[in-house]
Ligand binder design. Structure first.
Ligand code: ZN
Length: 100
């Protein structure tokens, strides 16, 4: 019970290596332009998978898994703030373990 999240594994066939890259892609025949599908890749398969998508013209961006997760987190946070709280004032909100 010490791992909160399951490891994200490389999308390459037969690969069980934890992923360190995210390949964001879009098939214009199937997806709207803003839609992003993602493949995960280990260091070894990043080149292979990005070429696979690249030759088809599907590949949009390649980012590290860490960056991708950070971006998702901040996107979620923005959405939350937009939905729930419209005061928009976070000037006094300092990071710290204790609040209130
Ligand atoms: Zn792999």
């Amino acid at each position: 019970m010490d791992t909160a999240e399951p490891a994200l594994i490389c999308s390459a066939k037969g690969c069980r290596t934890p992923a360190v890259w995210v390949l964001a892609w879009n098939n214009p025949k199937l997806h709207t332009p803003e839609r992003r599908k993602t493949w995960l890749a280990c260091a070894e398969h990043r080149e292979y998978l990005s070429q696979f998508l690249g030759v088809r013209g599907f590949l949009k961006e390649v980012v590290t898994l860490t960056d991708w997760q950070d971006a998702e987190k901040s996107a979620a946070r923005d959405a939350e703030q937009g939905a729930g709280n419209d005061s928009g004032n976070d000037a006094g909100d300092r990071p710290g373990p204790e609040r209130g």
